[in-house]
Design a protein around this ligand. Sequence first.
Ligand code: GLC
Length: 419
Amino acid sequence: MLDTALLKEFQQPFLLSTDMIKHIAVQFRKAMYDGLCGKTSPLKMLPSFLAAPTGQEKGAYMALDFGGTNIRALLVELYGNGHYAVIRQRHTPLKTSSYDYTADSVSAEELFDFIASEIGQIAPAVTLSLGHTFSFPSYQTDINNAKLITWTKELKTTGVENANITQLLSEALIRRGLAHIRPAAVINDTAGTLLTAAYSNPAADIGSICGTGHNTAYLEPWYHSTPMIINMESGNFDKLPLTIFDAKLDTNSEKPGQQLLEKSVSGRYLGELLRLIINAMIKNGLLPAIEAKRLNIPDAVTTKDLSLLMADSVIDLTTVLTLYERTSLQQIAALLQKRSAQLTAATFYGILCHIDPKLERRHHIAIDGSLYEKMPGYAQTIQATLTDLCGKSMTSLSTGLIKNGSGIGAAIAAAMAKK
Ligand code: GLC
C-alpha cells in the first residue's frame, strides 16, 4: 500500500510557489546586472557582436550547427523578411555505437576534421560564407572569433577548451580541400534562435533553448550604448532552491558546481534526476525493486522515458507496477517537468524586468528545443507561469516555437557579417 505521507515528502522539495518563482526572477535580474557590470555573477553575459537583423539579409550561405548531440550542415538561401529555403542539409550524430567525437580520447583536430567532412558532403564548389552555430559558452572578440570557455552538456573532447573555434574550423576546412567555404560568423544557438525569430518579427527580443541543454540570449538595448545580443549562459545560474537529488546529480556530473540551472531543467539531465528519485523511492519502499540492475547505471533513464512514463506508455510498467505505484511515478515525472518550465519562465520574467521594467513594449520570446517542442504541457506551463507573473501586461508578451533557428540563424549571422 502506498505511503502517501512519505510520497509527499519526496514531492514537496520540487514544488515552487509564485513567491518562490518571483524571488528567483529577482535574483536572476540581479545576476544579469552584475554580469553586465563586470561583477562576479553566475551569468557570463557574453556579447555576440550582433544586434537584431534588419530583415534585408539575403543570399546563399553555408551553415553549421554544432550543439553537442548532432552536427547539422546546411546550405541556406535567404530571401529577406523572414523567408528562406534550406536547399541541402545533412544531419549526423556525434556519437554512435561505433564512434564518439565527444570523448576525451578524441582530439580537437579529429573532431573538426569530422565536422569539415560533413560540410564537404553538401558544400557546392563555389565560394560561400559560412555561419557557425557553436552552442557552448564562448568568449567572442568579434563576430567571427570565439574561444570556448568550458565544455558543457558533458562533452569532453580534448584540446577545444580555450582554443579559437573559428581557427579550428578554418584549418580543418583547408585540410579537407574546402578553402572556398569561408567561416564568417560564429554564434550561440540561443542567438541563432533569436536572429531567426527577429528576421520576421521585430518584437522578438529573447531567444531560448529548452532541449538537451538550456540557455537564453536577449537583445540588450544598451550594451556600451548600442543594441547587442547577449548570450547569458543562463544554464549556469545558481540561485535556486535545489533538492538533495539535484545535489547528487551535480556531484556525479563531469563538472560539479557548474550549470546548476541547466542540470535542473534540461533534457540531458531530467531522466537522470528521475532515476535518482526512483532509486530512493525503491529504498523507501514506495516502489518495488523493478529493473534494479538497469537503474544502477547512470543515465539509464532518459528524458524520453520520462515523457513515455507520463503518457503511461511504458508497456512493461503496466505489468510490473500497480496503478498506485505508476501514478506516484507519474506525479514525480510531472513535477520534474513542471519545475523545469517554471524555472525557465522565472528567468524569462527576470529578463523582461531588466529590459522593460514597466512591461510597456511588445516582446516575443522565441524558443527551440525538444522539451519545449515535444514534452506535453511544457510550453503551456511556461505560458501559464508568465501570465501569473506578468498579470495584465501579458497581452503584449508572446512566446512561441521557432524550429531549427540555430541553423538558419547561423546563415543570417553570416549575411550580417558581410555588411
Ligand atoms: C549549454 C551551452 C549553451 C547552449 C545550451 C543549449 O547550456 O553551454 O551555450 O546555448 O547548452 O544548447
